[in-house]
Design a protein around this ligand. Structure first.
Ligand SMILES: [Fe+2]
Ligand SMILES: [Fe+2]
Length: 132
């Protein structure tokens, strides 16, 4: 397991909390496959991760736009940074098939990023959006 649910801050919007919970499950399954060096499973789950992250980010961005959230662009650009990193590491995975590299990315980069992103941007955005 890479990230436990209680390591992630709860925010003031239930849709966002659901997105986060779902993402943790997917990331943790992915991490297990990476640690097991199960190439086929990593191939499959990497695509699931990319799809789920895009769904997570896009849903938040749509909600922010609808609510005319003032810091929309800054929040979105933090998503874009992670979109680019995931794409870069997926492209490298396709060539290198290195579970070790993916493990390093998840442990040293993604984990810190998601915890910080949720405790800063998602928390602030959720307060603006309120319950929905
Ligand atoms: Fe989020
Ligand atoms: Fe976000």
């Amino acid at each position: 397991m890479l990230i436990q649910l209680n390591e992630i801050q709860q925010v003031a919007n239930e849709v966002m909390n659901m997105l986060h919970e779902e993402e943790l499950e997917i990331i943790n399954d992915f991490y297990d496959a990476v640690k097991a060096k199960d190439i086929e499973k990593i191939d499959e789950l990497f695509k699931v991760v990319l799809f789920d992250v895009e769904d997570h980010f896009k849903t938040e961005e749509d909600m922010m736009e609808q609510a005319n959230y003032v810091n929309f662009q800054t929040h979105k650009s933090d998503h874009d940074t992670m979109r680019e990193k995931l794409k870069k590491f997926h492209d490298r995975w396709e060539i290198l098939k290195s579970p070790k590299e993916v493990q390093g990315f998840l442990e040293k980069d993604f984990k810190k990023w998601i915890k910080l992103h949720i405790s800063k941007w998602d928390t602030e955005t959720a307060l603006h959006l309120g319950h929905s």
